[in-house]
Write a protein of this length. Structure first.
Length: 94
């Protein structure tokens, strides 16, 4: 199950976040999204966990909690699909 993590403090590393989620169960993958130019965290990321029940437990326990003094959002990631915003450049041309 893929999980969205928002509101991440900029100093959090992928290794640290991976260790936090591994407390709930095996992690398949984890990625903190970074700015293309500065390479700094954009404050959100995704973790994919092997077991759905463990992912749901992580969501239940971590959503709304304080992490480095910031309240984080943890929920099921929405699948935008491969065609999401394709060819639109990220803005409306109306």
């Amino acid at each position: 199950m893929k999980v969205f993590i928002g509101g991440l403090p900029l100093e959090v590393s992928e290794a640290e976040l991976n260790a936090v989620f591994e407390d709930f169960g095996p992690v398949k993958s984890l990625r903190i999204i970074k700015d293309r130019e500065t390479k700094e965290s954009r404050g959100f990321g995704f973790v994919e966990m092997e077991n759905e029940d463990e992912a749901k437990e992580a969501i239940r326990c971590m959503n709304g909690q304080s992490y480095y003094g910031k309240r984080i959002t943890v929920n099921i990631a929405e699948d935008k699909g491969p065609g999401f915003n394709a060819g639109r450049g990220g803005f409306s041309r109306n």
